[in-house]
Design a protein around this ligand. Structure first.
Ligand SMILES: Cc1cc2nc3c(=O)[nH]c(=O)nc-3n(C[C@H](O)[C@H](O)[C@H](O)COP(=O)(O)OP(=O)(O)OC[C@H]3O[C@@H](n4cnc5c(N)ncnc54)[C@H](O)[C@@H]3O)c2cc1C
Length: 288
């Protein structure tokens, strides 16, 4: 069932941005296929979102159809060392499921707030771990057809995957992850250590979309922004976090325009001062 002129801001961790012309949240593979065909047949652009934790949706919203793959599309099972999950599953739930089965590999993801679809699209990673190397195969829907791509076909690299390069929007619907047996106590210890590191370093008390920029070769983003004197710099309600300058946080009322202007300002200053180009890791969607 499509909803019209549907507000999207509350479906993102940043809480900014305008509405979708058409919005649907499928709960079965058949509904995903049907919704993609509706978009194709009607000539509407199609945008897929997950839990919106890596998104900046612009103030004018998103034209065409927005499909959210989230909680109603979440099922997971484990057989041997293979964890199979539909892409509405939260990473945090999957890392706990793996732990309960004595399977290692997903510990890095315990504090990443998004879902498996977004993580596969982004090749999410942290603390030396990444989703890509764990993926055995992916089920997706493209042009209304259900397909399977295996690991060799997915072109995973730092925060990048084949899904970002495809012209015809691929909808990631299910992922098979290959994990490694390990002592559950050791898995739990690692998960707790990484959670503690995250809590001590990241501004989790404010809304954000995670790291704003990808790490450029030979540099760390936070220290560069700090060295440029931009820690705490703000435009409207968007502020360079005073805890970790690699994050932009929302303080009070903010618009997507505030975030876009702050991102552009940081890029200009860092280029001028250090000759380094910063590329957003956050996905920017929609129109002004
Ligand atoms: C506090 C905080 C900490 C974070 N820490 C990390 C971190 O350590 N490492 C890291 O990598 N990320 C981190 N993130 C970013 C984010 O949580 C991850 O990228 C996450 O995997 C995104 O999942 P999502 O469901 O929220 O995707 P969304 O933000 O909704 O979407 C992200 C992208 O994936 C696409 N997409 C989503 N679902 C699908 C699907 N089913 N099929 C096709 N395309 C899809 C969207 O079109 C969009 O381009 C952090 C974010 C926050 C707020």
């Amino acid at each position: 069932m499509f909803l019209r002129n549907y507000p999207l801001a509350n479906l993102t961790s940043l809480g900014v941005g305008g509405p979708a012309d058409f919005f649907i949240q499928p709960s079965t593979l058949a509904e995903v296929v049907q919704a993609q065909r509706f978009a194709l047949d009607g000539g509407y652009p199609l945008t897929i979102i997950g839990y919106g934790t890596n998104l900046l949706i612009k103030d004018g919203g998103i034209r065409g159809v927005v499909m959210q793959i989230a909680a109603p599309f979440a099922k997971a099972s484990v057989e041997g060392r293979i964890l199979t999950a539909t892409t509405g599953c939260l990473l945090s739930s999957l890392s706990k499921l793996a732990f309960h089965h004595g399977l290692s590999g997903l510990e890095f993801s315990v504090g990443i707030p998004g879902g498996l679809g977004g993580a596969t699209f982004m090749n999410a990673g942290a603390y030396g771990g990444e989703i890509g190397p764990l993926v055995r195969s992916v089920q997706l829907v493209q042009n209304g057809v259900v397909k399977t791509w295996n690991r060799q076909e997915l072109n995973f690299s730092y925060r990048s995957s084949r899904f970002q390069q495809e012209g015809a929007v691929p909808i990631v619907t299910q992922v098979e992850l290959e994990l490694a047996p390990m002592d559950p106590a050791a898995i739990l210890q690692k998960m707790n250590d990484l959670q503690n590191q995250r809590r001590s370093k990241q501004p989790l008390e404010y809304p954000s979309a995670g790291s704003t920029f990808k790490r450029p070769p030979d540099h760390y983003v936070g220290p560069l922004i700090e060295k440029a004197g931009l820690k705490g710099f703000r435009i409207g309600g968007a502020e360079v976090s005073t805890k970790h300058a690699g994050f932009i946080v929302k303080t009070g009322d903010a618009t997507a325009r505030d975030f876009l202007d702050l991102i552009a300002t940081i890029q200009t200053v860092i280029k001028e001062k250090f000759g380094v180009s910063l590329e957003p890791e956050i996905r920017i969607l929609g129109e002004d």
